[in-house]
Write a protein that binds this ligand. Structure first.
Ligand code: F6R
Length: 362
Protein backbone atom coordinates (compact mmCIF):
# COMPACT_ATOMS: atom_id res chain seq x y z
CA UNK A 1 0.00 0.00 0.00
CA UNK A 2 1.57 3.24 -1.15
CA UNK A 3 -0.69 5.37 1.07
CA UNK A 4 -1.56 7.79 -1.71
CA UNK A 5 2.01 8.12 -3.01
CA UNK A 6 3.02 7.27 -6.57
CA UNK A 7 5.86 5.06 -5.43
CA UNK A 8 6.94 3.18 -2.34
CA UNK A 9 10.11 5.26 -2.40
CA UNK A 10 8.09 8.50 -2.13
CA UNK A 11 6.05 7.02 0.69
CA UNK A 12 9.15 5.85 2.52
CA UNK A 13 10.85 9.22 2.14
CA UNK A 14 7.75 10.97 3.47
CA UNK A 15 7.46 8.54 6.38
CA UNK A 16 10.83 9.40 7.86
CA UNK A 17 9.65 11.92 10.47
CA UNK A 18 7.12 9.40 11.80
CA UNK A 19 9.39 6.36 11.90
CA UNK A 20 12.16 8.43 13.43
CA UNK A 21 9.75 9.53 16.19
CA UNK A 22 8.82 5.89 16.79
CA UNK A 23 12.46 4.88 16.96
CA UNK A 24 13.26 7.68 19.40
CA UNK A 25 10.31 6.68 21.56
CA UNK A 26 11.69 3.13 21.66
CA UNK A 27 15.23 4.16 22.66
CA UNK A 28 14.63 7.21 24.82
CA UNK A 29 12.67 5.77 27.67
CA UNK A 30 13.11 7.46 31.02
CA UNK A 31 16.56 8.86 31.66
CA UNK A 32 18.91 8.84 28.67
CA UNK A 33 19.38 6.11 26.10
CA UNK A 34 17.93 2.67 26.86
CA UNK A 35 19.37 -0.25 24.87
CA UNK A 36 17.86 -3.74 24.87
CA UNK A 37 19.37 -6.04 27.53
CA UNK A 38 22.16 -6.62 28.27
CA UNK A 39 23.14 -3.27 26.74
CA UNK A 40 26.63 -2.07 25.89
CA UNK A 41 29.26 -0.51 28.13
CA UNK A 42 31.50 1.47 25.82
CA UNK A 43 34.04 2.20 28.55
CA UNK A 44 35.17 -1.43 28.19
CA UNK A 45 35.65 -1.32 24.44
CA UNK A 46 39.02 -0.51 22.87
CA UNK A 47 37.87 -0.27 19.29
CA UNK A 48 34.83 -0.70 17.12
CA UNK A 49 34.88 -2.45 13.75
CA UNK A 50 31.83 -1.66 11.63
CA UNK A 51 31.01 -3.64 8.51
CA UNK A 52 28.15 -3.42 5.99
CA UNK A 53 27.30 -3.05 2.29
CA UNK A 54 25.96 -0.20 0.20
CA UNK A 55 23.82 2.36 1.96
CA UNK A 56 24.26 0.55 5.28
CA UNK A 57 28.01 0.97 4.81
CA UNK A 58 27.55 4.73 4.39
CA UNK A 59 25.62 4.76 7.65
CA UNK A 60 28.65 3.08 9.28
CA UNK A 61 31.00 5.55 7.65
CA UNK A 62 28.98 8.46 9.02
CA UNK A 63 28.99 6.86 12.46
CA UNK A 64 32.78 6.62 12.40
CA UNK A 65 32.90 10.42 12.56
CA UNK A 66 30.43 10.46 15.45
CA UNK A 67 32.15 7.76 17.51
CA UNK A 68 35.58 9.26 17.02
CA UNK A 69 34.59 12.87 17.65
CA UNK A 70 32.04 12.44 20.42
CA UNK A 71 33.44 9.40 22.21
CA UNK A 72 37.13 9.28 21.26
CA UNK A 73 36.59 5.66 20.28
CA UNK A 74 38.76 4.34 17.45
CA UNK A 75 36.56 2.99 14.65
CA UNK A 76 37.34 0.98 11.60
CA UNK A 77 34.77 0.73 8.83
CA UNK A 78 34.79 -1.63 5.89
CA UNK A 79 32.58 -2.97 3.16
CA UNK A 80 31.68 -6.55 3.91
CA UNK A 81 32.90 -8.11 0.67
CA UNK A 82 36.41 -6.72 1.25
CA UNK A 83 36.50 -7.38 4.96
CA UNK A 84 35.52 -11.05 4.73
CA UNK A 85 38.16 -12.03 2.19
CA UNK A 86 40.92 -9.81 3.50
CA UNK A 87 40.59 -11.68 6.78
CA UNK A 88 41.92 -8.82 8.90
CA UNK A 89 43.20 -9.37 12.44
CA UNK A 90 40.43 -8.84 14.99
CA UNK A 91 42.21 -8.12 18.27
CA UNK A 92 40.88 -8.60 21.81
CA UNK A 93 39.10 -5.43 22.89
CA UNK A 94 37.27 -5.20 19.58
CA UNK A 95 33.53 -5.00 19.34
CA UNK A 96 32.25 -5.79 15.86
CA UNK A 97 29.10 -4.06 14.62
CA UNK A 98 27.16 -5.05 11.51
CA UNK A 99 24.52 -2.86 9.91
CA UNK A 100 21.90 -4.34 7.59
CA UNK A 101 18.35 -3.39 6.73
CA UNK A 102 17.36 -6.89 5.60
CA UNK A 103 19.65 -8.72 8.01
CA UNK A 104 20.25 -11.26 5.25
CA UNK A 105 22.97 -9.69 3.09
CA UNK A 106 25.35 -12.56 2.29
CA UNK A 107 28.64 -10.67 2.55
CA UNK A 108 27.64 -8.94 5.78
CA UNK A 109 26.57 -12.23 7.32
CA UNK A 110 29.84 -13.87 6.25
CA UNK A 111 31.79 -10.98 7.79
CA UNK A 112 29.84 -11.43 11.02
CA UNK A 113 30.64 -15.15 11.08
CA UNK A 114 34.30 -14.38 10.51
CA UNK A 115 34.27 -12.22 13.66
CA UNK A 116 32.75 -14.91 15.87
CA UNK A 117 35.24 -16.09 18.49
CA UNK A 118 37.56 -13.25 17.47
CA UNK A 119 35.70 -10.09 18.52
CA UNK A 120 34.75 -9.65 22.18
CA UNK A 121 31.22 -9.06 21.14
CA UNK A 122 29.03 -8.92 18.05
CA UNK A 123 26.41 -6.21 17.71
CA UNK A 124 24.04 -5.59 14.86
CA UNK A 125 21.79 -2.76 13.76
CA UNK A 126 18.95 -4.26 11.74
CA UNK A 127 15.47 -3.54 10.48
CA UNK A 128 14.30 -7.15 10.34
CA UNK A 129 14.40 -8.45 13.90
CA UNK A 130 14.04 -12.12 12.92
CA UNK A 131 16.86 -12.01 10.37
CA UNK A 132 19.99 -14.17 10.27
CA UNK A 133 22.26 -11.25 11.18
CA UNK A 134 20.08 -10.37 14.17
CA UNK A 135 19.94 -13.99 15.36
CA UNK A 136 23.67 -14.53 15.11
CA UNK A 137 24.57 -11.36 17.03
CA UNK A 138 25.13 -11.09 20.77
CA UNK A 139 22.92 -8.02 20.73
CA UNK A 140 20.67 -6.87 17.87
CA UNK A 141 19.45 -3.29 17.90
CA UNK A 142 16.30 -2.66 15.85
CA UNK A 143 16.05 0.53 13.81
CA UNK A 144 12.21 0.61 13.88
CA UNK A 145 11.90 1.81 10.28
CA UNK A 146 9.01 -0.50 9.42
CA UNK A 147 8.91 -2.52 6.21
CA UNK A 148 10.94 -0.92 3.42
CA UNK A 149 9.73 -1.92 -0.06
CA UNK A 150 11.56 0.45 -2.40
CA UNK A 151 14.81 -1.11 -3.55
CA UNK A 152 16.63 2.14 -2.88
CA UNK A 153 17.02 2.41 0.86
CA UNK A 154 15.71 5.67 2.35
CA UNK A 155 14.01 5.47 5.72
CA UNK A 156 16.19 2.53 6.74
CA UNK A 157 19.26 4.74 6.21
CA UNK A 158 18.04 7.57 8.45
CA UNK A 159 16.86 5.07 11.06
CA UNK A 160 20.25 3.32 10.95
CA UNK A 161 21.90 6.71 11.43
CA UNK A 162 19.61 7.38 14.36
CA UNK A 163 20.56 4.20 16.23
CA UNK A 164 24.24 4.72 15.46
CA UNK A 165 24.09 8.30 16.72
CA UNK A 166 22.40 7.14 19.93
CA UNK A 167 25.18 4.58 20.36
CA UNK A 168 27.83 7.25 19.79
CA UNK A 169 26.20 9.55 22.35
CA UNK A 170 26.04 6.65 24.81
CA UNK A 171 29.67 5.85 24.06
CA UNK A 172 30.62 9.46 24.77
CA UNK A 173 28.82 9.25 28.11
CA UNK A 174 30.22 5.84 29.06
CA UNK A 175 33.72 7.04 28.26
CA UNK A 176 33.38 10.15 30.39
CA UNK A 177 33.40 12.56 27.49
CA UNK A 178 29.88 13.90 27.80
CA UNK A 179 28.08 15.28 30.83
CA UNK A 180 24.47 14.34 31.54
CA UNK A 181 23.48 17.94 30.70
CA UNK A 182 25.22 17.88 27.34
CA UNK A 183 23.71 14.49 26.60
CA UNK A 184 20.27 15.82 27.43
CA UNK A 185 20.81 18.79 25.15
CA UNK A 186 21.78 16.47 22.29
CA UNK A 187 18.80 14.21 22.89
CA UNK A 188 16.47 17.21 23.10
CA UNK A 189 17.76 18.40 19.72
CA UNK A 190 17.29 14.90 18.32
CA UNK A 191 13.71 14.86 19.54
CA UNK A 192 12.98 18.01 17.53
CA UNK A 193 14.40 16.44 14.37
CA UNK A 194 11.17 14.79 13.11
CA UNK A 195 9.53 18.22 13.07
CA UNK A 196 12.53 19.73 11.32
CA UNK A 197 12.41 16.91 8.76
CA UNK A 198 8.76 17.70 8.07
CA UNK A 199 9.74 21.28 7.32
CA UNK A 200 12.47 20.07 4.94
CA UNK A 201 10.09 17.67 3.18
CA UNK A 202 7.54 20.45 2.69
CA UNK A 203 9.99 22.04 0.24
CA UNK A 204 9.59 19.07 -2.05
CA UNK A 205 8.58 21.05 -5.14
CA UNK A 206 11.91 22.91 -5.21
CA UNK A 207 13.44 19.59 -6.21
CA UNK A 208 11.35 18.90 -9.29
CA UNK A 209 12.68 21.85 -11.21
CA UNK A 210 16.31 21.13 -10.34
CA UNK A 211 15.84 17.42 -10.98
CA UNK A 212 14.53 18.04 -14.50
CA UNK A 213 17.77 19.83 -15.30
CA UNK A 214 19.91 17.23 -13.57
CA UNK A 215 18.18 14.50 -15.58
CA UNK A 216 19.89 15.82 -18.71
CA UNK A 217 23.38 15.31 -17.33
CA UNK A 218 25.55 12.32 -18.11
CA UNK A 219 27.73 12.65 -15.04
CA UNK A 220 27.08 14.28 -11.68
CA UNK A 221 29.58 14.80 -8.88
CA UNK A 222 28.77 15.02 -5.19
CA UNK A 223 31.12 16.79 -2.79
CA UNK A 224 31.18 17.00 1.00
CA UNK A 225 33.59 17.22 3.91
CA UNK A 226 33.50 15.68 7.37
CA UNK A 227 30.06 14.28 8.14
CA UNK A 228 28.93 15.35 4.68
CA UNK A 229 31.47 13.14 2.92
CA UNK A 230 29.64 9.86 3.66
CA UNK A 231 26.41 11.68 2.81
CA UNK A 232 27.81 12.71 -0.55
CA UNK A 233 28.64 9.04 -1.20
CA UNK A 234 25.10 8.06 -0.26
CA UNK A 235 23.63 10.81 -2.48
CA UNK A 236 25.65 9.60 -5.46
CA UNK A 237 24.65 5.97 -4.85
CA UNK A 238 20.98 6.88 -4.57
CA UNK A 239 21.08 8.89 -7.76
CA UNK A 240 22.92 6.33 -9.85
CA UNK A 241 20.87 3.35 -8.75
CA UNK A 242 17.48 4.80 -9.65
CA UNK A 243 18.19 7.37 -12.41
CA UNK A 244 21.06 5.44 -14.08
CA UNK A 245 23.03 8.69 -14.33
CA UNK A 246 26.68 8.22 -13.53
CA UNK A 247 27.26 9.87 -10.17
CA UNK A 248 30.39 9.90 -8.03
CA UNK A 249 31.22 11.40 -4.71
CA UNK A 250 34.47 12.84 -3.46
CA UNK A 251 35.64 14.34 -0.23
CA UNK A 252 35.85 18.03 -1.17
CA UNK A 253 39.51 18.15 -0.25
CA UNK A 254 40.26 15.46 -2.84
CA UNK A 255 38.96 17.58 -5.68
CA UNK A 256 42.32 18.98 -6.72
CA UNK A 257 43.91 15.55 -6.54
CA UNK A 258 42.16 14.36 -9.67
CA UNK A 259 38.42 14.79 -10.11
CA UNK A 260 38.61 18.51 -10.85
CA UNK A 261 39.80 17.45 -14.31
CA UNK A 262 36.24 16.32 -15.02
CA UNK A 263 34.66 19.70 -14.37
CA UNK A 264 33.10 21.62 -17.22
CA UNK A 265 29.69 23.13 -17.85
CA UNK A 266 28.13 19.75 -18.60
CA UNK A 267 28.93 18.27 -15.19
CA UNK A 268 26.62 19.38 -12.36
CA UNK A 269 28.23 19.26 -8.92
CA UNK A 270 26.07 18.78 -5.84
CA UNK A 271 27.79 20.34 -2.83
CA UNK A 272 26.48 19.30 0.58
CA UNK A 273 27.55 22.00 2.99
CA UNK A 274 25.65 22.96 6.12
CA UNK A 275 27.32 25.87 7.88
CA UNK A 276 29.51 23.67 10.07
CA UNK A 277 33.18 23.95 11.09
CA UNK A 278 34.32 22.96 7.62
CA UNK A 279 31.95 25.19 5.66
CA UNK A 280 34.55 27.72 4.47
CA UNK A 281 36.79 24.97 3.20
CA UNK A 282 34.00 23.32 1.26
CA UNK A 283 32.97 26.69 -0.18
CA UNK A 284 36.47 27.34 -1.44
CA UNK A 285 36.37 23.94 -3.21
CA UNK A 286 32.99 24.91 -4.62
CA UNK A 287 34.47 28.12 -5.98
CA UNK A 288 37.20 26.13 -7.70
CA UNK A 289 34.44 24.17 -9.42
CA UNK A 290 32.60 27.34 -10.45
CA UNK A 291 35.77 28.95 -11.79
CA UNK A 292 35.94 26.05 -14.25
CA UNK A 293 32.35 26.48 -15.41
CA UNK A 294 30.93 23.72 -13.20
CA UNK A 295 27.25 24.08 -12.34
CA UNK A 296 26.77 23.87 -8.60
CA UNK A 297 23.73 22.73 -6.67
CA UNK A 298 24.46 23.90 -3.15
CA UNK A 299 22.59 22.19 -0.32
CA UNK A 300 23.01 24.32 2.78
CA UNK A 301 21.14 26.26 5.47
CA UNK A 302 19.99 29.89 5.48
CA UNK A 303 23.32 31.28 6.71
CA UNK A 304 25.23 29.15 4.24
CA UNK A 305 23.01 30.36 1.41
CA UNK A 306 23.57 33.96 2.44
CA UNK A 307 27.34 33.57 2.47
CA UNK A 308 27.87 31.35 -0.56
CA UNK A 309 24.64 31.11 -2.53
CA UNK A 310 25.16 34.04 -4.92
CA UNK A 311 26.54 32.67 -8.14
CA UNK A 312 25.62 29.05 -7.81
CA UNK A 313 23.26 27.34 -10.25
CA UNK A 314 20.75 26.28 -7.58
CA UNK A 315 20.52 26.49 -3.81
CA UNK A 316 18.52 23.99 -1.81
CA UNK A 317 17.92 25.44 1.62
CA UNK A 318 17.65 23.21 4.66
CA UNK A 319 16.59 24.17 8.16
CA UNK A 320 19.46 24.77 10.58
CA UNK A 321 20.33 21.93 12.97
CA UNK A 322 23.26 21.19 15.30
CA UNK A 323 26.22 19.78 13.38
CA UNK A 324 25.88 16.21 14.67
CA UNK A 325 22.35 16.01 13.29
CA UNK A 326 23.19 17.18 9.77
CA UNK A 327 23.59 13.66 8.31
CA UNK A 328 20.02 12.68 9.24
CA UNK A 329 18.59 15.88 7.80
CA UNK A 330 20.75 16.09 4.66
CA UNK A 331 19.80 12.53 3.75
CA UNK A 332 16.41 13.93 2.74
CA UNK A 333 17.54 16.29 -0.04
CA UNK A 334 19.90 13.57 -1.29
CA UNK A 335 16.95 11.16 -1.54
CA UNK A 336 14.60 13.73 -3.05
CA UNK A 337 17.12 14.77 -5.71
CA UNK A 338 17.58 11.14 -6.71
CA UNK A 339 13.85 10.44 -6.67
CA UNK A 340 12.81 13.43 -8.76
CA UNK A 341 15.67 12.99 -11.20
CA UNK A 342 14.62 9.38 -11.74
CA UNK A 343 11.01 10.49 -12.25
CA UNK A 344 12.18 13.02 -14.83
CA UNK A 345 14.06 10.23 -16.61
CA UNK A 346 11.07 7.92 -16.44
CA UNK A 347 12.87 5.01 -14.80
CA UNK A 348 11.26 2.39 -12.54
CA UNK A 349 11.97 4.05 -9.22
CA UNK A 350 10.86 1.26 -6.90
CA UNK A 351 12.35 -1.54 -8.93
CA UNK A 352 15.47 -0.26 -10.69
CA UNK A 353 16.98 -2.56 -13.29
CA UNK A 354 19.52 -5.19 -12.22
CA UNK A 355 18.97 -4.62 -8.50
CA UNK A 356 17.41 -6.75 -5.76
CA UNK A 357 16.16 -5.54 -2.41
CA UNK A 358 18.01 -8.18 -0.50
CA UNK A 359 21.34 -9.49 -1.75
CA UNK A 360 21.52 -12.98 -0.32
CA UNK A 361 24.16 -14.23 -2.74
CA UNK A 362 27.57 -12.65 -2.98
C1 F6R B 1 21.00 1.16 -1.75
C2 F6R B 1 20.70 -0.09 -1.09
C3 F6R B 1 21.78 -1.10 -0.94
C4 F6R B 1 21.72 -1.77 0.44
C5 F6R B 1 22.74 -2.90 0.54
C6 F6R B 1 22.77 -3.53 1.90
O1 F6R B 1 19.90 2.01 -1.80
O2 F6R B 1 19.59 -0.29 -0.65
O3 F6R B 1 23.03 -0.54 -1.15
O4 F6R B 1 21.95 -0.80 1.41
O5 F6R B 1 22.43 -3.88 -0.42
O6 F6R B 1 21.53 -4.10 2.23
P1 F6R B 1 21.18 -4.46 3.71
O7 F6R B 1 21.08 -3.20 4.49
O8 F6R B 1 19.86 -5.19 3.63
O9 F6R B 1 22.27 -5.34 4.23
Amino acid sequence: DKAGHKHFMAKEIAEQPVVLSDALAAYLTGDGIALPDPGVDFSRIDRLTMVACGTAFYACFTAKYWFEQLAGLPVEVDIASEFRYREPPVLPGTTALFVSQSGETADTLAALRYCKNKADRILSVVNVAESSIARESDLALPIHAGVEVGVASTKAFTCQLNVLLLLAIKAAEDRGRLSAEDRDAMLAALRTLPGVMNAALARDNAFEHIARQLSEARDILFLGRGLMYPLALEGALKLKEISYIHAEAYASGELKHGPIALIDKTVPVVVMAPRDRLFEKTVSNMQEVMARGGKVVLITDAKGAEIAGQDVWHVIQMPEVPEILTPLLYALPAQLLAYHTAIAKGTDVDQPRNLAKSVTVE
